[in-house]
Structure formats: structure tokens, C-alpha cells
Design a protein around this ligand. Structure first.
Ligand code: DAK
Length: 258
């Protein structure tokens, strides 16, 4: 049985972390399979990816504590590097990604969600970075992405206290964009992904890259990144069709990714 499932329906790719008996905890097998799944996504036809956990209880309840318990220092560092490499691959995937968080997103699970572009959650979701309560630091990017996503002070409070927060607090601090009843979450993720997939793919990808790259730079440098992204859309068939349709007062044809 695969630890990570992947299927494509039309222009949407679905990644499911599939260890429900361990609340989808991330062991090295899950990381290996996730890495392979990311490599196998057909970037020509997929326009948005949804990441979720199997079962009704958990997105991902963290890195696998049973597997981590006996690691040596060198093995711990290697495990952290492996996770970081895979999560960075997810974060820099050229197409948009949505984490649909239905339940626990703790430790490595919160970090997996933060490596996605957009997070939506069920109103039953629980987020947190409980690592210091286990005698370790966050190890799959939590100290870095949480501080960038919420605020440094809020990230420090959550990480130092190891306190889990409920969905409504995650919404309030900006860790997630929207909440839904659990039985509506995945349909909401589909709808969001379909809305994104209907827009001009070259422009969507260029926007993602510009935002991600620009966030690492000063505003003066970042504006130049945007200028390049903007310029790269001109003379594409999609730019011609999108603008042409507006001027001709008609609905644009499906964008062709050209
Ligand atoms: N690892 C392994 N197994 C887990 C797990 C986890 N993170 N979370 C849950 N499970 C397993 C449980 O052991 C249990 O297995 P059995 O006993 O049935 O065999 C099964 O899933 C169901 O869990 P519970 O029976 O505990 O279910 P409850 O509803 O009672 O509680 C819970 C749900 C989510 C509150 C609880 O399971 C829990 O507290 N889980 C641990 C959450 C947690 O602390 N997550 C953070 C893990 S630390 C690094 C690299 C990576 C990381 C850090 C450093 N470097 C190398 C530097 C990442 C660290 C983490 O993510």
C-alpha cells in the first residue's frame, strides 16, 4: 500500500499522505514517496495541486516520533535535510499548491502545510509546533516559514510554548486563509483549485515565482523580479486571448498554456 497517493483529475493533481493508522505521520518512507510523486507530476497538464491527509482525523500529525526516537545526531541531521529538501521541492513546484487541512497539522504536518502556497482547513483542524516539548526544534522549516507567515513574535510564542491552536485561532493569525466544516473542506479545495486552473497558467506560474523570489529580496530588487514576470507573459497566446476577449466583450476561450 502506497504511503503517498497521487491522482490527477483534469487539471488538478491530488496528493494524499496515506498513513491514517499513524495519523499520517511522516516517516522516511513517506518522504521518499512524496519526493517521487512531486517529480512525477505532469506540469504540462496539471495546473494546481491539492495536498491532504487520508482519513477524517488528521492532515499530518508530525514527523514520526517512533522513527526519530533512536536517531543519532548525524542521522537526525540527515532526516532534517531530507525533509527540508522534499518540502522545498513542494514549495518551489512551478504550479500553485493548496493544503487542505482536515484535522491535525502538528510539527512536520504544520510545516508541510506551510510549504504549500495556500492553506484552507476544517473547523476541526489543530495546528502547532510541539517539538520543544519533545526535546527537539522544528526540523522541516517550521522556525523559518512560521515566522514569515504569521509574525516573528507569534511564531516564537507558538514554538517556545509548544502550544497547539485550534482552527479559529489559526485563521485569526493568518496561518490559514479560510475554514470549512470538514464535510465541505475538500469540495472547497476543489473549487479553489478549479478557479486557479481556469486562469492563464503561464501568468499564474510567473506570479507564484515572482512572489516567492521577491519575498527573499529588498523591494527595489523585488520590483525588478515582477517586471520580468510581467514581461514574460507578453506575446503568449493566453495574453492575446485574455486581453482580446476583454476588448471584444466576450468570455475568453479556455487558456491553452501557450
Ligand atoms: N509520530 C508517530 N506516531 C504518531 C504520531 C507521530 N507524530 N502522531 C500520532 N501517532 C500515532 C500514535 O502513536 C497512535 O499509534 P498507535 O498507538 O495506535 O499505534 C496513532 O497515531 C493514533 O494516535 P493517538 O492514539 O495518539 O490519537 P489521539 O487522537 O489520542 O491523539 C494526537 C492525537 C495528534 C493529539 C496525538 O497522536 C499526538 O500528540 N501526536 C503527536 C503529535 C506531535 O507531537 N507531532 C509533532 C511531532 S515532532 C527534525 C526533523 C523533523 C522534525 C523535527 C526535527 N530534525 C531532524 C532536526 C519534526 C518534528 C515533529 O514533527
Amino acid at each position: 500500500m502506497s504511503l503517498v497517493l497521487y491522482e490527477q483529475k483534469e487539471a488538478i493533481g491530488y496528493i494524499t499522505i496515506n498513513r491514517p493508522e499513524a495519523l499520517n505521520a511522516l516517516n522516511s518512507g513517506v518522504l521518499e514517496e512524496l519526493d517521487k510523486v512531486l517529480d512525477a507530476i505532469d506540469l504540462e497538464s496539471v495546473r494546481c495541486v491539492i495536498v491532504r491527509g487520508a482519513g477524517e482525523k488528521s492532515f499530518v500529525a508530525g514527523a514520526d516520533i517512533a522513527q526519530m526516537k533512536g536517531l543519532t545526531k548525524a542521522e537526525g541531521e540527515a532526516f532534517g535535510k531530507r525533509g527540508n529538501d522534499v518540502f522545498r521541492k513542494l514549495e518551489t513546484l512551478p504550479i500553485p499548491t493548496i493544503a487542505a487541512v482536515g484535522g491535525y497539522a502538528l510539527g512536520g504536518g504544520c510545516e508541510l502545510a506551510m510549504a504549500c502556497d495556500i492553506r484552507i482547513a476544517s473547523d476541526t483542524a489543530v495546528f502547532g509546533q510541539p517539538e520543544v516539548g519533545l526535546g527537539i526544534t522544528p526540523g522541516f522549516g517550521g522556525t523559518q516559514r512560521l515566522a514569515r507567515l504569521v509574525s516573528p513574535g507569534m511564531a516564537k510564542q507558538l514554538i517556545y510554548t509548544a502550544r497547539n491552536i485550534k482552527a479559529d485561532e489559526a485563521l485569526r493569525i493568518g496561518l490559514v486563509n479560510a475554514l470549512y466544516p470538514l464535510d465541505e473542506l475538500y469540495a472547497a479545495a476543489d473549487k479553489l483549485a478549479s478557479t486557479i486552473a481556469a486562469n492563464a497558467p503561464i501568468a499564474v506560474r510567473a506570479s507564484k515565482k515572482a512572489i516567492n523570489d521577491g519575498l527573499q529580496l529588498s523591494i527595489d530588487e523585488a520590483i525588478v523580479v515582477e517586471e520580468k514576470a510581467f514581461g514574460s507573459c507578453f506575446e503568449t497566446a493566453d495574453q492575446q486571448e485574455g486581453m482580446g476577449a476583454f476588448l471584444e466583450k466576450r468570455k475568453h476561450a479556455p487558456f491553452a498554456n501557450k
